[in-house]
Design a protein around this ligand. Structure first.
Ligand code: PGA
Length: 249
């Protein structure tokens, strides 16, 4: 089973660091078997440059961190799916919890953005996840299942897409769910996504994200239903991210 290791740089990085990091990661991944795919998601202004620096790499692609839910228009500061594609990306993260929280993105906007991503030839990485309060009150399955059903566009029926389970309380906190909890949630997400798209659960890719580090990546990547990881903080250091990539082999 193929594994995807995606790095979300968030609002970090400047050109010299971005070049050194992306080239080191792509070089590392090149030596690995084709069961591993790496996706680097730099800030939008670095996307075209990073795509250029790693052009020709077989195992490493780039992704945007977000795209708008309209194809174009008077939306100052925003970026369309086609612009992300034109910058050389193959993927785009959509509906990350930081976008939901700070930019008030809703499930329906996320679904529209994902549809535009697919139309533009991008593979969307659609993020879902419960808050700490929702988990503590026993509503995690209900909340995440509803997000999956609402965020998957119709076009997901006939295109490849990626889901990322990122419990909000695990992002940047150092805390992670137990492996059993990750397994249970991935099984739930796979069954909801399969029902929503008519696809077989075994053919759907669900990444885990939230405090993935070099020392817990191998265990997480072996959990049934986990087809890869979405890494924030640890994707900014070449050594750490390369160790996570190796853990997927
Ligand atoms: P983290 O972030 O790895 O720093 O917890 C993950 C994410 O936000 O995608």
């Amino acid at each position: 089973m193929k594994k995807i290791i995606a790095g979300n740089w968030k609002m970090y990085g400047e050109p010299a660091m971005a070049e050194a990091l992306s080239v080191a990661v792509a070089r590392h991944a090149e030596a690995l078997p084709d069961t591993v795919s790496v996706v680097i998601c730099p800030p939008a202004v670095l996307l075209a440059q990073v795509s250029g620096w790693i052009a020709g790499a077989r195992r490493t692609k780039t992704g945007g961190q977000s795209c708008h839910n309209r194809p174009e228009g008077a939306f100052t500061g925003d970026i369309s799916a086609k612009m992300v594609k034109d910058a050389g990306a193959d993927y785009v993260i959509i509906g990350h919890s930081e976008r939901r929280q700070y930019h008030r993105e809703t499930d329906s906007q996320i679904s529209e953005a994902a549809a535009l991503a697919l139309k533009s030839g991008l593979c969307p990485i659609i993020c879902v996840g419960e808050s700490e309060e929702e988990r503590k009150s026993g509503r995690a399955n209900e909340v995440v299942g509803a997000q999956v059903a609402a965020c998957l566009p119709d076009a997901a029926k006939d295109h490849d897409f990626v889901l990322a389970y990122e419990p909000v309380w695990a992002i940047g906190s150092g805390a992670t769910p137990t492996l059993a909890d990750i397994e249970a949630m991935h099984a739930h997400i796979l069954s909801v996504a399969a029902a929503a798209t008519g696809k077989k659960a075994g053919g759907i890719t669900v990444l885990y994200g939230g405090s993935v580090k070099a020392d817990n990546a191998r265990d997480i990547l072996q959990v049934p239903g986990v087809s890869g990881v979405l890494v924030g903080g640890a994707s900014l250091k070449a050594d750490d991210f390369c160790r996570i990539i190796t853990a997927a082999v």
